[in-house]
Each structure stands twice: as C-alpha cells, then as structure tokens.
Design a protein. Structure first.
Length: 155
C-alpha cells in the first residue's frame, strides 16, 4: 500500500457509495420485519428468503465472509504480519459455525461477529494495514447493520 493511500483520511467516493448501498438489504430486512404491509406486498413478488430476519441473516453472513476477504486483502497488500492473515479468516469462520438458522441466537451471534469484525478493523487500522479512512467508513456501516439485525429481536 502506498503511503498516500494509508494516510488518506477522506473516504473514497466509490467506497462510501458502495458501502452505503451495501446497507440496503439490512435496511430492507428491518423494514419488512417492522411493516406487515410492506412484507405482505413484497411477499407477493419475492421469495420468503428476501423478507424479514431471514434476508438480514443470510446477507449478513455473506457480508461477514466478504469482509474477512477484505481484511485478507489488506494484510496481503501491506505484507502484514503473519497473524494478520489468521485474524482475517475469523469472521468467515465465525459466520459459518455460529449462524445456522433464522433464530434469535443466530442474530445475536451475527451481531457479535460484526462487532468482532469491527475490533479487527480497528486493529488493522492501528497497525497501519488499513487505509487511514477505514474506520470512518466501517464504524457507521457496522452500527447500521447491527441495528438492523437487532430489529427482529426488539420488535
């Protein structure tokens, strides 16, 4: 990673836009859980896997694995310490082992996975492996995603 990339504080527009767009399935999950009318309307056109808690858990599992790959890429690009590669695979393994169904327990484990990922993000940022803007993007995305995942447990 070039020094200018690591120290850049401004979130690149593409990363910001795609990060925000990546929240849409989480927001949809919460909305279709909270609104029976929306869920009923959407249920006429979409499979049940695209509604309520199910879509949030399915998509969240995919995103946790995707973010593990992102951390692996950061470690590889920065030629980070060997432990960085091991840490990078934890979110994907966590999701694979801990998220097994559409239960409250799976929701709790997935939220825990995202909070653990945020700690790994912070570690990579502190080591200079992640770009300077990384945490400015990751914190709000994680907060929105975890809040949406919590909706079925709280509503």
């Amino acid at each position: 990673m070039s020094p200018e990339t690591v120290h850049r504080r401004t979130i690149p527009p593409a990363a910001l836009g795609l990060g925000i767009a990546g929240l849409i399935p989480f927001l949809w999950s919460a909305a279709t859980h909270l609104s029976l009318g929306l869920a009923g309307w959407a249920g006429e056109y979409l499979s049940p896997m695209f509604l309520g808690a199910y879509v949030g858990l399915t998509y969240g599992t995919l995103i946790l694995a995707f973010m593990a790959g992102a951390l692996w890429g950061l470690a590889a690009r920065a030629d980070g310490p060997a432990i960085s590669y091991g840490l990078a695979v934890i979110p994907a393994l966590w999701a694979f082992v801990m998220v097994s169904d559409a239960s409250t327990t799976s929701s709790i484990y997935l939220i825990g996975g995202f909070l653990g990922l945020l700690m790994l993000d912070a570690s990579f940022a502190a080591q200079g492996i992640a770009p300077g803007w990384w945490m400015r993007l990751r914190v709000p995305l994680t907060l929105v995603a975890t809040a949406c995942l919590a909706v079925p447990m709280l509503a």
